[in-house]
Design a protein around this ligand. Structure first.
Ligand code: C2E
Ligand code: CA
Ligand code: CA
Ligand code: CA
Length: 279
C-alpha cells in the first residue's frame, strides 16, 4: 500500500510538472506569436434565420506558428488569461478586426458587423471602453459594427467599474452580446444587469435538447426570456439540418454553426458571401 501511495505521488507530481511545462510552452508561443505575427482572425458567419442573410460574423483567433503545429484558442486563451497576456492579445484582436472592417468599407461587405470575443480580464484595471472608442475612431468604424461578446460566467463576478465601461459603450451605440449562455452557473438576473443586445445560447443546450425533454423545455424558456427582454436570440453550434429546423421552430432570430459555415480567413469570407445571400 505504501509503494502504491508513492507511485501515486510520483504520478501526480509528474502530471503537474507536465502541465506546468505545457503552460510555459504556450506562454512562450503566445509571446513569439505576437512578435512574429503568427496570429490571424478567422470569421464565422451568423445567419439571420428570417431573411437568410448574413449581417454579422464572429471573429475567432487562430495561431499558426512558423514551424507548424497550430494551437487551438481553447488551449491558448485560458493560458493567456492566467498569464496576463490576454490584454495584449485582446488589443491585437481589436486592432485587427477594425482594420479588416475598414478594408471592407468600400466593398459589398460594408455594413457587416464583426463580433470580437472579449475576456473579462480586459475590463479589469484598464479602460477597455477608451480603447474601443479610440480604435474604432482611428479606423473610422461605426461602433455598432464592432460587436463585443462577453462570456456569462466571467461577467457574473464583475464589479461596478467594469459594468460602467459596458454601459458607456452600449450607450454610445455599441453592440454587446452575452456568450455561452446556459453553460456556467447561469442566472437570469445577469440578463437584466448587463446592457445587452444579443443572447448567444451555448451549443451544449442545442445538442442536448433534441434527445431530452427537460433540456428542450429549458432551451424554449431561455429563448422566451431573451425575447421578453427585447434581445436578439442566437443559438450556437448548429451542425445538422435537424438542429437548423429546431432553432427555426423555436423562433430563434439567428444561428451560427458548422451547418451554415466554418470559421474562415477574411478572403474566403468575401468569396463565401459573394456566392450566398450575403450581407
Ligand atoms: P466561443 O466564443 O464560444 O466560440 C465558438 C467556438 O465554437 C469556436 O471555437 C468555433 O469554431 C466553434 N464552433 C462554431 N460552430 C460550431 C459548431 O457547429 N459545432 C462545434 N462543435 N463548434 C462550433 P474556437 O474558434 O476553437 O474558439 C474556442 C474559444 O476560444 C471561443 O469560444 C472563445 O471562448 C475563445 N476565443 C477565440 N477567439 C478569441 C479571441 O479573440 N479572444 C478571446 N478572449 N477568446 C477567444
Ligand atoms: Ca464567442
Ligand atoms: Ca460561444
Ligand atoms: Ca466559449
Amino acid at each position: 500500500a505504501k509503494a502504491r501511495g508513492r507511485d501515486g505521488y510520483c504520478f501526480f507530481s509528474q502530471a503537474i510538472s507536465d502541465q506546468l511545462h505545457r503552460h510555459q510552452k504556450v506562454v512562450t508561443l503566445i509571446r513569439q506569436g505576437l512578435e512574429r505575427d503568427w496570429f490571424q482572425l478567422y470569421y464565422q458567419p451568423q445567419v439571420d434565420l428570417r431573411s437568410g442573410r448574413i449581417r454579422s460574423c464572429e471573429a475567432l483567433l487562430r495561431c499558426f506558428p512558423a514551424e507548424g503545429g497550430a494551437v487551438s484558442p481553447a488551449e491558448f486563451i485560458p493560458v493567456a488569461e492566467k498569464s496576463g497576456l490576454i490584454r495584449e492579445i485582446g488589443q491585437w484582436v481589436l486592432q485587427q478586426a477594425c482594420q479588416q472592417l475598414a478594408q471592407w468599407q468600400t466593398t459589398p461587405l460594408a455594413g457587416l458587423r464583426v463580433d470580437i470575443n472579449v475576456s473579462a480580464n480586459q475590463l479589469i484595471k484598464q479602460r477597455f471602453d477608451d480603447q474601443v472608442l479610440e480604435v474604432t475612431r482611428q479606423f473610422g468604424i461605426p461602433l455598432k459594427q464592432l460587436g463585443l461578446e462577453l462570456t456569462e460566467h466571467e461577467m457574473m463576478s464583475s464589479q461596478d467599474a467594469e459594468m460602467a465601461q459596458l454601459h458607456r459603450l452600449y450607450n454610445a451605440g455599441g453592440h454587446i452580446a452575452i456568450d455561452d449562455f446556459g453553460s456556467g452557473y447561469s442566472s437570469l438576473v445577469y440578463l437584466r444587469r448587463l446592457p445587452l443586445c444579443t443572447l448567444k445560447i451555448d451549443r451544449l443546450f442545442l445538442q442536448n435538447a433534441l434527445g431530452n425533454d427537460a433540456d428542450m423545455a429549458i432551451l424554449e424558456a431561455i429563448i422566451q426570456v431573451g425575447h421578453r427582454l427585447g434581445l436578439t436570440v442566437l443559438v450556437e453550434g448548429v451542425e445538422t439540418a435537424e438542429q437548423d429546423r429546431l432553432v427555426r421552430d423555436l423562433g430563434c432570430d439567428a444561428a451560427q454553426g458548422f451547418y451554415y459555415a466554418l470559421p474562415m480567413p477574411a478572403d474566403e469570407l468575401v468569396a463565401f458571401l459573394a456566392t450566398t445571400t450575403g450581407a
